[in-house]
Write a protein that binds this ligand. Sequence first.
Ligand code: COA
Length: 162
Amino acid sequence: MLRGIYPGSFDPVTLGHMDIIKRGSHLVDELIVGVLCNNAKMPLFSVEERVKMLEEVTSDLPNVRIMPFDGLLVDFVKEMDAQVVIRGLRAITDFEYELQMAQTNYKLAPEVEYIFLPTNLQYSYLSSSMVKEVAAFGGDISQFVSEAVIDRIKERYREIKR
Ligand code: COA
């Protein structure tokens, strides 16, 4: 059984991430989306909220599971008994960062392999920070995230402004 991990912060999950999740899920028997408890990035959503949103938007993908993780990615990969890490590449800048990360991880766990998927051109500019910035100023984010996520972001900014 080939098990893959797609790790990230997903604060929040965007249509760009969804594109990678869908395509990645066709390459492995099971795809685990690993949600990093990354407090250094000052997330808008708690890890539990990010996991919940991901569960909602992937509910139609039977071989996708969502799990939070902390610590080193390679330790999470081993814990989940996975063999490959899947990451999306949006631009050349992503490539440099991803290569550095993969090579460091190869040193830590040479048995773990990496698959890089070019992001769909439609989403090559997209990032979670951009989505949050547009939403914070009341802009339309319907082209960037799914319906369920739009409601959560709007609600979160309403809470912040209260
Ligand atoms: N579509 C849209 N946006 C995308 C995207 C895609 N396909 N792929 C990445 N992005 C965006 C994300 O939205 C995020 O945007 P933001 O910075 O505005 O929030 C940004 O690109 C970064 O991507 P993300 O995958 O969320 O997180 P990251 O690159 O900071 O972290 C981990 C990646 C989780 C793999 C890495 O931090 C990790 O492994 N951490 C654990 C510790 C460890 O093992 N470190 C490695 C030692 S080298």
